[in-house]
Design a protein around this ligand. Structure first.
Ligand SMILES: CC(C)(COP(=O)(O)OP(=O)(O)OC[C@H]1O[C@@H](n2cnc3c(N)ncnc32)[C@H](O)[C@@H]1OP(=O)(O)O)[C@@H](O)C(=O)NCCC(=O)NCCS
Length: 166
């Protein structure tokens, strides 16, 4: 039987200030907020494969709770797993940063995130830091769906390896 070739894992690169205009342009083209990209506490990543940009994603970490935000894939790369790769990459970065629960609000992509293991939840169940984030303050309950996913702890924590950075 023919086997699918193994593709190299996407590269995941933290954005620096000079990269933010490209992110802002893509977010704005998709109706996503751009006003607070440079505010403190935001992190963004560029995810790419050998053909170039797969997409961007961002995180606001508030201790063990994190807001997944700004997940966006260029139109020409959609429908082939790019969004899934971006969300997985940012979730992994969040986990490394000590986030145990990811939260998000979305207007048009609830089904996409549900396919990645997020579950719909009442936004009133979000902790205060998440509830008072700009995204939660700016998106009204009537239009946006709140989702949550609990992140699996690192495998090393259960496999007998010494604790610490992998
Ligand atoms: C949402 C988005 C990131 C999805 O990117 P993508 O590359 O098309 O997603 P993938 O190809 O990885 O899709 C993974 C799965 O989700 C499904 N899916 C994709 N977009 C979806 C959507 N808007 N609603 C429901 N399901 C969706 C796909 O059909 C696929 O399903 P499958 O596993 O059964 O085949 C992309 O459409 C986008 O950038 N949208 C604009 C920005 C946005 O809305 N971001 C989310 C808010 S932060």
């Amino acid at each position: 039987m023919e086997q699918k070739p193994l593709l190299p894992a996407p590269t995941v690169t933290p954005l620096i200030a000079e990269d933010l205009p490209s992110l802002a342009e893509l977010l704005a083209a998709n109706g996503l907020p751009t006003g607070d990209l440079t505010a403190a506490g935001r992190r963004f990543w560029r995810v790419a494969d050998r053909d170039g940009l797969l997409g961007y994603g961002g995180l606001e970490a508030y201790g063990a709770d994190g807001l997944l935000r700004s997940v966006v894939v260029p139109a020409e790369r959609r429908g082939g797993g790019a969004g899934r790769a971006v969300a997985a990459a940012v979730s992994e970065e969040a986990r490394r940063l000590g986030v145990a629960r990811l939260w998000l609000l979305t207007i048009g992509a609830a089904g996409f995130f549900e396919g990645l293991g997020f579950r719909r939840t009442d936004r009133k169940s979000a902790p205060a830091d998440i509830a008072s984030s700009a995204q939660f303050a700016g998106l009204c309950p009537g239009s946006a769906v709140c989702l949550r996913r609990d992140l699996v702890p690192p495998a090393t924590a259960m496999s007998g390896h010494p604790a610490g950075r992998e």
